[in-house]
Design a protein around this ligand. Structure first.
Ligand code: SF4
Length: 450
């Protein structure tokens, strides 16, 4: 069904203008629903027929699919735009590593051993290989494959079972179905049997095909069988073909409202660029931007992870929302009321860099974060959001005078110009100009404490 406009939706509302939906009028409600900013269910007076009609038309063009359980649960798809600057991308690309039944035992061991090695935090987000793709090569030892699946299932990662043989898939699911893996098994030859298996086990079914037309046909057939819990394997015979499939699928879903292609995707770079880790990393960045929901590589080490995860974090943040931490008093290294105070802005990157350096110093202290609109130090200062007045206001709001006995406040070196004004606004406080860069804080605090 074609996308409904605000006027179309308004015509279906009860036109009571009762404001119960939080909008001043039914017309405003219609506009908000059309923009995707409100759910139809927010109007309690909508007729059931109107809800049915609107639900279908206003459903997201791409399905949101969940795989895994508990801490390994991942959410894929649910995207509503082609370009991040239009609105925002909602569910980040998940990176995975690949093991295959055709690999030597030593290589499999090396891949498994490497999985936990990359695990770190950046701006409050855990970065690690979230997915293990366990592939079965036809004609190889099924028992070895099942043992690999069992081992992968014990690693607290979401599993993708890349297996087209129904019997082997059954055996693999028997040892890992509790983890709700993705069964990437359906193709033109076996989709009915794989669909029956995935439905019976309650797992997401992956669909792959020889080309994009066949992928569309098999997906349509699975939908006709009632299965809409799908992910589509966009991996083609070449990099060029894979890119074309990934982009055409997204365009068909978002621009043409063709829901048959409205599913998350898998891109397997271990197949596309076998043996070339640098190329896999470069391609992973491409498919992070161009619509890979799960991107599988042969392995992920720090040299791959640092640029990739940083890129992902940039792409999958909402450009309309500043990355902020909540204003407050953050105790570091057990800092208490007698510990020195440092202040900086609420921009998340600044907070995590500064707090990391403070932790590294080992000196107990309090980091005072004021509301600076999510801007960096100099930008906030230039915009008037970091000033002697904003700091004095923050001190009053958070009752710093009552909560902290220590009277030394370190301000960022880049706003040394504020020192005199802050001293005037906070009588009794010793205002110290700190270093320009966070990395200098360790030495600065140690010297101060000496
Ligand atoms: S709750 Fe329904 S009837 Fe009331 S203003 Fe909103 S859309 Fe109109």
């Amino acid at each position: 069904m074609a996308k409904l406009t605000g006027i179309d939706i308004f015509k279906l509302t009860p036109k009571k203008n009762c404001k119960e939906c939080g909008c001043p009028t039914c017309m405003a409600f219609g506009m908000k629903v059309a923009q995707g900013a409100l759910e139809i269910s927010k109007c309690p007076h909508m007729a059931p027929e109107a809800i049915a009609k609107l639900s279908e038309a206003s459903a997201p063009p791409m399905k949101t699919i969940k795989a895994g359980v508990g801490e390994t649960e991942i959410t894929l798809g649910g995207e509503t735009v082609l370009y991040r600057h239009e609105k925002t991308f909602v569910n980040k690309t998940r990176y995975g590593v690949n093991v295959c039944s055709c690999m030597d035992d030593a290589v499999v061991e090396e891949v498994f051993a490497g999985i936990p090695k990359v695990d770190y935090e950046r701006i409050g987000e855990r970065m690690f290989a979230e997915v293990i793709n366990v592939a079965y090569c036809e004609g190889t030892d099924a028992a070895k494959y099942v043992a690999m699946v069992e081992r992968a299932a014990g690693m607290s990662r979401t599993l993708v079972l890349d297996v087209k043989d129904v019997e082997v898939a059954k055996a693999a699911l028997a040892v890992c179905k509790a983890q709700k893996p993705i069964l990437n098994g359906a193709n033109a030859a076996n989709y009915e049997a794989m669909n029956a298996l995935a439905t019976a086990e309650g797992v997401v079914l992956g669909v792959s095909a020889a080309n994009i037309d066949e992928l569309y046909d098999v997906t349509a057939k699975l939908e006709a069988l009632g299965n809409k819990n799908l992910v589509l394997d966009a991996t083609g015979a070449s990099i060029k073909e894979t890119y074309a499939i990934a982009v055409q699928m997204r365009r068909a879903a978002i621009k043409n409202s063709d829901r048959t292609f409205g599913y998350p995707s898998i891109v397997n770079l271990a197949k596309l660029a076998k043996g070339d880790l640098h190329l896999q990393t470069a391609l992973a960045s491409v498919f992070t931007l161009k619509y890979g929901s799960i991107v599988v590589m042969e392995k992920i080490d720090y040299s791959q992870a640092l640029p990739l995860y940083g890129l992902r974090q940039n792409v999958f943040t909402d450009p309309q929302k500043p990355m902020k931490v909540a204003p407050g008093i953050y105790s570091i290294n057990g800092g208490d009321e007698n510990s020195v105070c440092l202040t900086t802005v609420d921009f998340a990157l600044t907070y995590f860099v500064v707090s990391g350096e403070l932790e590294r110093s080992g000196v107990p202290c309090n980091l005072l974060i004021s509301d600076a609109g999510g801007l960096s130090v100099l930008t906030a200062w230039a915009a008037g959001k970091l000033s002697s007045s904003s700091i004095a206001k923050y001190f009053a709001e958070f009752e710093i005078e009552n909560k902290i006995k220590n009277r030394t406040l370190v301000i960022p070196g880049k706003v040394a110009v504020l020192k005199g004004d802050i001293e005037a606004k906070l009588p009794g406080w010793n205002i110290v100009v700190g270093p320009n860069e966070a990395v200098q804080l360790v030495k600065f605090l140690k010297d101060m404490n000496a």
